[in-house]
Design a protein around this ligand. Structure first.
Ligand SMILES: Cc1cc2nc3c(=O)[nH]c(=O)nc-3n(C[C@H](O)[C@H](O)[C@H](O)COP(=O)(O)OP(=O)(O)OC[C@H]3O[C@@H](n4cnc5c(N)ncnc54)[C@H](O)[C@@H]3O)c2cc1C
Length: 294
Protein backbone atom coordinates (compact mmCIF):
# COMPACT_ATOMS: atom_id res chain seq x y z
CA UNK A 1 0.00 0.00 0.00
CA UNK A 2 1.28 3.52 -0.78
CA UNK A 3 2.24 5.37 2.37
CA UNK A 4 -0.22 8.18 1.52
CA UNK A 5 -3.15 5.73 1.33
CA UNK A 6 -2.70 4.05 4.68
CA UNK A 7 -4.59 5.16 7.78
CA UNK A 8 -2.60 7.23 10.21
CA UNK A 9 -1.12 5.33 13.12
CA UNK A 10 -1.86 6.65 16.59
CA UNK A 11 0.92 6.49 19.17
CA UNK A 12 0.11 6.70 22.87
CA UNK A 13 3.33 7.25 24.83
CA UNK A 14 2.96 6.91 28.58
CA UNK A 15 6.11 8.72 29.70
CA UNK A 16 7.75 11.97 28.68
CA UNK A 17 10.88 10.16 27.47
CA UNK A 18 8.81 7.85 25.28
CA UNK A 19 7.00 10.86 23.86
CA UNK A 20 10.26 12.68 23.06
CA UNK A 21 11.74 9.58 21.48
CA UNK A 22 8.69 9.22 19.20
CA UNK A 23 8.82 12.92 18.36
CA UNK A 24 12.48 12.64 17.44
CA UNK A 25 11.74 9.73 15.11
CA UNK A 26 8.60 11.32 13.61
CA UNK A 27 8.95 15.10 13.57
CA UNK A 28 6.16 15.43 11.01
CA UNK A 29 3.59 13.51 13.06
CA UNK A 30 0.73 15.52 14.51
CA UNK A 31 0.88 16.19 18.24
CA UNK A 32 -2.59 15.57 19.60
CA UNK A 33 -3.49 17.22 22.91
CA UNK A 34 -7.27 17.67 23.43
CA UNK A 35 -7.93 17.40 19.70
CA UNK A 36 -10.56 20.17 19.80
CA UNK A 37 -8.55 22.50 17.60
CA UNK A 38 -7.39 19.71 15.29
CA UNK A 39 -10.85 18.28 14.80
CA UNK A 40 -12.64 21.57 14.33
CA UNK A 41 -10.25 23.38 12.03
CA UNK A 42 -7.53 21.51 10.36
CA UNK A 43 -8.13 17.99 9.37
CA UNK A 44 -11.61 16.94 8.33
CA UNK A 45 -11.67 13.16 8.38
CA UNK A 46 -10.43 11.51 6.19
CA UNK A 47 -7.53 13.93 5.91
CA UNK A 48 -6.00 13.82 2.42
CA UNK A 49 -2.46 13.46 3.70
CA UNK A 50 -2.12 10.64 6.13
CA UNK A 51 -0.10 11.82 9.11
CA UNK A 52 0.68 9.78 12.13
CA UNK A 53 -0.56 11.03 15.44
CA UNK A 54 1.30 11.24 18.73
CA UNK A 55 -1.11 11.68 21.61
CA UNK A 56 -0.10 13.61 24.72
CA UNK A 57 -3.07 12.40 26.78
CA UNK A 58 -1.41 9.44 28.50
CA UNK A 59 1.70 11.20 29.77
CA UNK A 60 0.89 11.97 33.44
CA UNK A 61 3.78 14.40 33.76
CA UNK A 62 2.22 16.63 31.12
CA UNK A 63 -1.07 16.97 32.99
CA UNK A 64 0.44 17.78 36.36
CA UNK A 65 -0.23 21.12 38.04
CA UNK A 66 1.81 22.24 41.03
CA UNK A 67 2.40 25.46 42.90
CA UNK A 68 5.06 27.05 45.02
CA UNK A 69 4.87 30.35 46.89
CA UNK A 70 5.83 32.21 43.76
CA UNK A 71 4.76 30.14 40.79
CA UNK A 72 2.05 28.05 39.27
CA UNK A 73 3.49 25.24 37.13
CA UNK A 74 1.09 23.74 34.61
CA UNK A 75 1.79 20.71 32.44
CA UNK A 76 1.05 21.52 28.80
CA UNK A 77 -1.58 18.78 28.50
CA UNK A 78 -3.55 19.93 31.56
CA UNK A 79 -7.14 20.52 30.52
CA UNK A 80 -8.55 24.01 30.85
CA UNK A 81 -11.23 23.02 33.38
CA UNK A 82 -8.57 21.18 35.41
CA UNK A 83 -6.50 24.40 35.54
CA UNK A 84 -9.61 26.34 36.60
CA UNK A 85 -10.42 23.86 39.36
CA UNK A 86 -6.90 23.57 40.77
CA UNK A 87 -6.18 27.28 40.39
CA UNK A 88 -9.58 28.40 41.68
CA UNK A 89 -8.21 30.66 44.47
CA UNK A 90 -4.85 31.57 43.01
CA UNK A 91 -5.27 32.34 39.32
CA UNK A 92 -5.22 36.04 38.48
CA UNK A 93 -8.89 36.91 37.79
CA UNK A 94 -8.21 37.95 34.21
CA UNK A 95 -6.57 34.59 33.49
CA UNK A 96 -9.45 32.69 35.10
CA UNK A 97 -11.88 34.63 32.91
CA UNK A 98 -9.79 33.93 29.82
CA UNK A 99 -9.96 30.21 30.60
CA UNK A 100 -13.71 30.22 31.30
CA UNK A 101 -14.48 32.14 28.14
CA UNK A 102 -12.79 29.65 25.82
CA UNK A 103 -16.17 27.98 25.65
CA UNK A 104 -18.63 25.63 27.32
CA UNK A 105 -17.53 22.53 29.26
CA UNK A 106 -17.47 20.14 26.27
CA UNK A 107 -14.60 22.32 24.99
CA UNK A 108 -12.85 23.25 28.27
CA UNK A 109 -13.18 19.63 29.46
CA UNK A 110 -11.00 18.47 26.54
CA UNK A 111 -8.93 21.43 25.38
CA UNK A 112 -5.51 21.81 26.99
CA UNK A 113 -3.44 24.81 27.91
CA UNK A 114 -0.66 23.76 25.48
CA UNK A 115 -3.17 23.23 22.67
CA UNK A 116 -4.60 26.70 23.17
CA UNK A 117 -1.11 28.22 22.99
CA UNK A 118 0.16 26.10 20.09
CA UNK A 119 -2.36 26.49 17.28
CA UNK A 120 0.25 27.77 14.83
CA UNK A 121 -1.79 30.49 13.11
CA UNK A 122 -4.04 31.70 15.97
CA UNK A 123 -3.35 33.69 19.11
CA UNK A 124 -6.22 33.01 21.44
CA UNK A 125 -7.45 33.77 24.98
CA UNK A 126 -4.52 32.36 26.90
CA UNK A 127 -1.73 33.86 24.84
CA UNK A 128 -3.41 37.28 25.18
CA UNK A 129 -4.02 36.96 28.93
CA UNK A 130 -0.62 35.47 29.74
CA UNK A 131 1.19 38.17 27.76
CA UNK A 132 0.69 40.52 30.74
CA UNK A 133 2.50 38.24 33.20
CA UNK A 134 5.94 36.84 33.63
CA UNK A 135 5.52 33.44 31.98
CA UNK A 136 8.18 30.89 31.06
CA UNK A 137 7.48 27.93 28.85
CA UNK A 138 9.49 24.71 28.88
CA UNK A 139 10.33 23.09 25.55
CA UNK A 140 11.78 19.61 25.34
CA UNK A 141 13.15 17.54 22.51
CA UNK A 142 15.78 19.72 20.83
CA UNK A 143 18.50 17.16 19.96
CA UNK A 144 21.20 19.84 19.69
CA UNK A 145 20.89 20.73 23.38
CA UNK A 146 22.98 19.06 26.04
CA UNK A 147 20.32 19.74 28.62
CA UNK A 148 16.94 18.04 28.39
CA UNK A 149 14.94 21.21 28.01
CA UNK A 150 15.05 24.91 27.34
CA UNK A 151 13.00 27.63 29.00
CA UNK A 152 11.90 30.69 27.08
CA UNK A 153 9.50 33.50 27.85
CA UNK A 154 6.07 32.96 26.35
CA UNK A 155 6.36 35.83 23.87
CA UNK A 156 9.42 34.13 22.33
CA UNK A 157 7.24 31.14 21.47
CA UNK A 158 5.72 33.19 18.65
CA UNK A 159 7.59 34.35 15.57
CA UNK A 160 7.07 37.95 14.49
CA UNK A 161 6.16 36.80 11.00
CA UNK A 162 3.63 34.29 12.41
CA UNK A 163 3.84 30.65 13.47
CA UNK A 164 5.55 29.01 16.41
CA UNK A 165 9.23 29.23 17.26
CA UNK A 166 9.36 25.50 18.12
CA UNK A 167 12.06 23.35 16.58
CA UNK A 168 10.84 20.40 14.50
CA UNK A 169 11.29 17.84 17.24
CA UNK A 170 10.27 19.99 20.18
CA UNK A 171 7.20 19.70 22.37
CA UNK A 172 5.84 22.33 24.73
CA UNK A 173 5.83 20.55 28.08
CA UNK A 174 5.20 23.08 30.84
CA UNK A 175 4.08 26.62 31.53
CA UNK A 176 5.28 28.53 34.60
CA UNK A 177 3.30 31.57 35.68
CA UNK A 178 4.67 33.93 38.36
CA UNK A 179 2.03 35.09 40.85
CA UNK A 180 1.13 38.75 40.91
CA UNK A 181 -1.54 40.78 42.65
CA UNK A 182 -3.45 43.36 40.65
CA UNK A 183 -6.11 45.80 41.88
CA UNK A 184 -7.95 46.02 38.59
CA UNK A 185 -7.93 43.30 35.95
CA UNK A 186 -10.06 42.75 32.90
CA UNK A 187 -10.34 40.23 30.10
CA UNK A 188 -12.76 40.80 27.23
CA UNK A 189 -13.09 39.21 23.87
CA UNK A 190 -14.97 41.28 21.37
CA UNK A 191 -16.24 39.15 18.53
CA UNK A 192 -15.36 35.46 18.18
CA UNK A 193 -11.58 34.90 18.27
CA UNK A 194 -11.79 31.31 17.11
CA UNK A 195 -14.56 31.38 14.54
CA UNK A 196 -13.92 34.89 13.15
CA UNK A 197 -10.28 35.58 13.99
CA UNK A 198 -9.94 38.34 11.39
CA UNK A 199 -12.59 40.49 13.06
CA UNK A 200 -12.18 39.71 16.74
CA UNK A 201 -10.07 41.50 19.34
CA UNK A 202 -9.06 40.25 22.79
CA UNK A 203 -8.42 42.99 25.33
CA UNK A 204 -6.60 42.40 28.65
CA UNK A 205 -5.58 44.90 31.31
CA UNK A 206 -3.76 44.61 34.64
CA UNK A 207 -3.46 47.61 36.97
CA UNK A 208 -2.19 48.43 40.43
CA UNK A 209 -3.23 51.78 41.79
CA UNK A 210 -3.59 53.86 44.94
CA UNK A 211 -6.22 56.49 45.61
CA UNK A 212 -4.91 58.84 42.98
CA UNK A 213 -1.78 57.25 41.52
CA UNK A 214 -1.25 54.36 39.13
CA UNK A 215 1.83 52.30 39.95
CA UNK A 216 1.45 49.61 37.29
CA UNK A 217 -0.56 49.60 34.07
CA UNK A 218 -0.24 46.87 31.46
CA UNK A 219 -2.54 46.07 28.62
CA UNK A 220 -2.53 43.83 25.57
CA UNK A 221 -4.61 43.68 22.42
CA UNK A 222 -4.70 40.36 20.65
CA UNK A 223 -5.60 40.21 16.99
CA UNK A 224 -6.06 36.44 16.69
CA UNK A 225 -4.76 36.00 13.17
CA UNK A 226 -2.05 38.69 13.45
CA UNK A 227 -0.49 38.69 16.90
CA UNK A 228 -0.36 40.30 20.31
CA UNK A 229 0.19 44.03 20.69
CA UNK A 230 1.76 45.59 23.77
CA UNK A 231 3.22 49.07 24.01
CA UNK A 232 5.34 50.23 26.92
CA UNK A 233 5.10 53.92 25.92
CA UNK A 234 1.32 53.98 26.12
CA UNK A 235 1.51 52.09 29.41
CA UNK A 236 3.95 54.70 30.79
CA UNK A 237 1.72 57.50 29.53
CA UNK A 238 -1.19 56.14 31.59
CA UNK A 239 1.04 55.52 34.63
CA UNK A 240 2.15 59.16 34.54
CA UNK A 241 -1.43 60.41 35.01
CA UNK A 242 -3.45 60.71 38.23
CA UNK A 243 -6.74 59.10 39.07
CA UNK A 244 -9.45 59.82 38.21
CA UNK A 245 -8.31 60.35 34.61
CA UNK A 246 -9.77 63.38 32.85
CA UNK A 247 -11.73 62.66 29.71
CA UNK A 248 -9.16 64.50 27.59
CA UNK A 249 -6.44 62.26 29.03
CA UNK A 250 -8.40 59.16 28.05
CA UNK A 251 -8.97 60.57 24.57
CA UNK A 252 -5.28 61.51 24.32
CA UNK A 253 -4.07 58.01 25.23
CA UNK A 254 -6.62 56.53 22.86
CA UNK A 255 -5.35 58.73 19.98
CA UNK A 256 -1.79 57.56 20.61
CA UNK A 257 -3.03 53.98 20.61
CA UNK A 258 -4.82 54.45 17.26
CA UNK A 259 -1.69 55.93 15.67
CA UNK A 260 0.63 53.27 17.07
CA UNK A 261 -1.62 50.48 15.87
CA UNK A 262 -1.61 51.83 12.34
CA UNK A 263 2.11 51.22 12.13
CA UNK A 264 1.84 47.89 14.01
CA UNK A 265 -0.02 46.09 11.22
CA UNK A 266 -1.81 47.00 8.01
CA UNK A 267 -3.86 43.81 8.36
CA UNK A 268 -5.99 45.14 11.21
CA UNK A 269 -9.51 45.65 9.85
CA UNK A 270 -11.59 48.80 10.53
CA UNK A 271 -13.96 46.76 12.71
CA UNK A 272 -11.01 45.69 14.85
CA UNK A 273 -9.78 49.29 15.10
CA UNK A 274 -13.22 50.36 16.31
CA UNK A 275 -13.36 47.47 18.79
CA UNK A 276 -9.91 47.96 20.25
CA UNK A 277 -10.37 51.71 20.81
CA UNK A 278 -13.76 51.14 22.43
CA UNK A 279 -12.34 48.45 24.75
CA UNK A 280 -9.38 50.63 25.75
CA UNK A 281 -11.46 53.75 26.49
CA UNK A 282 -14.14 51.78 28.34
CA UNK A 283 -11.55 50.12 30.50
CA UNK A 284 -9.97 53.47 31.51
CA UNK A 285 -13.44 54.82 32.34
CA UNK A 286 -14.13 51.76 34.50
CA UNK A 287 -10.77 52.20 36.20
CA UNK A 288 -11.90 55.74 37.10
CA UNK A 289 -15.17 54.50 38.54
CA UNK A 290 -13.31 51.86 40.50
CA UNK A 291 -10.81 54.34 41.94
CA UNK A 292 -13.55 56.76 43.00
CA UNK A 293 -15.58 54.03 44.72
CA UNK A 294 -12.59 52.64 46.65
C1 LIG B 1 -16.32 25.84 18.73
C2 LIG B 1 -15.03 26.29 19.35
C3 LIG B 1 -14.94 27.59 19.84
C4 LIG B 1 -13.75 28.03 20.43
N1 LIG B 1 -13.67 29.32 20.91
C5 LIG B 1 -12.52 29.73 21.51
C6 LIG B 1 -12.38 31.04 22.06
O1 LIG B 1 -13.29 31.86 22.02
N2 LIG B 1 -11.19 31.38 22.63
C7 LIG B 1 -10.14 30.51 22.69
O2 LIG B 1 -9.10 30.84 23.26
N3 LIG B 1 -10.23 29.29 22.16
C8 LIG B 1 -11.38 28.89 21.58
N4 LIG B 1 -11.47 27.64 21.05
C9 LIG B 1 -10.22 26.93 20.86
C10 LIG B 1 -9.96 25.92 21.86
O3 LIG B 1 -9.46 26.57 22.97
C11 LIG B 1 -8.92 25.10 21.13
O4 LIG B 1 -9.63 24.15 20.41
C12 LIG B 1 -8.00 24.48 22.06
O5 LIG B 1 -7.36 25.40 22.85
C13 LIG B 1 -7.02 23.57 21.39
O6 LIG B 1 -6.62 22.78 22.44
P1 LIG B 1 -6.46 21.24 22.28
O7 LIG B 1 -5.84 20.79 23.55
O8 LIG B 1 -7.73 20.60 21.88
O9 LIG B 1 -5.38 21.21 21.11
P2 LIG B 1 -5.27 20.29 19.84
O10 LIG B 1 -6.45 20.51 18.96
O11 LIG B 1 -4.97 18.90 20.23
O12 LIG B 1 -3.97 20.94 19.19
C14 LIG B 1 -3.96 22.25 18.66
C15 LIG B 1 -2.59 22.50 17.99
O13 LIG B 1 -1.58 22.62 18.98
C16 LIG B 1 -0.55 21.63 18.77
N5 LIG B 1 -0.14 21.21 20.11
C17 LIG B 1 -0.96 20.81 21.11
N6 LIG B 1 -0.28 20.60 22.23
C18 LIG B 1 1.01 20.85 21.94
C19 LIG B 1 2.21 20.81 22.71
N7 LIG B 1 2.22 20.48 24.00
N8 LIG B 1 3.38 21.15 22.11
C20 LIG B 1 3.39 21.52 20.80
N9 LIG B 1 2.29 21.58 20.03
C21 LIG B 1 1.11 21.25 20.60
C22 LIG B 1 -1.22 20.55 17.96
O14 LIG B 1 -0.28 19.80 17.23
C23 LIG B 1 -2.13 21.38 17.07
O15 LIG B 1 -1.44 21.96 16.00
C24 LIG B 1 -12.64 27.16 20.49
C25 LIG B 1 -12.74 25.85 19.98
C26 LIG B 1 -13.92 25.41 19.44
C27 LIG B 1 -13.99 24.01 18.92
Amino acid sequence: MHAENRSPSVFLPSTASELLELRRKMPRATLWAGGTGLMSRYYPYPYPLSRDIISLCNVPELSRISRTERYLDIGAAARLDQVLTVGHHILPPLLAKALREVGPSPITGRATIGGNLCIPDLRLNLAGALSLFSVQVELRGDPSLRTQSRQISLNKLYRKEGGLALKETEVLTRIRIAFEQGDFQQFHHIGFPYRHPDEAVIFCVFVNHGESSISDFRFSLTFPSIGIFRDKEIESLVISTSLPLKSWEIQGASMVLKKTLQSYSSRILPIQHAREVQAFERSLTQLNTRSVSR
